[in-house]
Design a protein around this ligand. Structure first.
Ligand SMILES: N[C@@H](CCC(=O)N[C@@H](CS)C(=O)NCC(=O)O)C(=O)O
Length: 207
């Protein structure tokens, strides 16, 4: 049994953590806490994450929650190439991670829920379309960035790419039209087919 635990089923934001752990080649135990079956609200789990949400980790007694913070911590702890090395580049990785959560996640979730995740009779196409509309501005910002650099920080894949691509995977599952954002389309496809990302994917959705 590993002394590094990742709490959360792959069909959740825990996918982000699992992807990172796979990139780093870490030995981990994936504890299948689910967001919808009450297991995230037990006293035992609330002692790990008092918010009752997934993901969270227990790294040899050190408990941490919030998916972006977990990935930044893991990249830094393992002194990986996934963490940009200068202070400025590291700050940019943090910037893009915050940006994914504040500018992209909410509309991407609306699209995911109302085109993919919810049972058909609970979907509202208006909410999905509004989500896609709200994504246009951040997608343009991302497209412009990728046009000049290929990746978000410097010339190689880093935690910034992982964090942003994992959030944008929802937009892809929700069939957001990326044709107007060719750099995003190419970059996202490349990120999501990395072996570590494929390994992290929920088995029911593997394709
Ligand atoms: N900002 C948090 C959000 C975590 C979150 O909302 N996770 C969902 C599953 S993807 C959850 O646990 N939902 C259960 C609930 O809100 O009660 C993060 O990025 O880790």
């Amino acid at each position: 049994m590993s002394n590094f635990k990742i709490y959360g089923v792959p069909l959740s934001r825990a996918y982000r953590t699992l992807w990172m752990a796979n990139e780093l080649g870490l030995d981990y135990e994936n504890v299948p806490i689910h967001f919808a079956d009450g297991s995230a609200k037990t006293p035992e789990y609330l002692a790990v994450n008092p918010n009752g949400r997934i993901p969270a980790i227990d790294d040899d007694g050190f408990k941490l929650w919030e998916s972006m913070a977990i990935n930044l911590y893991l990249a830094k702890k393992h002194d990986s190439d996934l963490l940009p090395k200068t202070m400025e580049d590291e700050a940019q990785a943090i910037q893009w991670s915050f940006w994914a959560i504040t500018e992209v996640e909410k509309p991407a979730l609306a699209v995911l829920l109302h085109r993919f995740f919810l049972p058909e009779d609970q979907r509202d196409s208006k909410l999905a379309d509004e989500g896609e509309q709200q994504l246009q501005k951040p997608l343009a910002v991302l497209n412009q960035r990728l046009a000049t650099t290929g990746y978000l920080v410097g010339p190689t894949f880093t935690v910034a790419d992982l964090n942003v691509a994992s959030v944008l995977s929802w937009a892809r599952m929700g069939r957001v039209d990326l044709a107007g954002f060719p750099h995003v389309e190419q970059w996202l496809a490349g990120c999501l087919k990395r072996p570590a990302a494929v390994k992290a994917r929920p088995k029911t959705m593997a394709k």
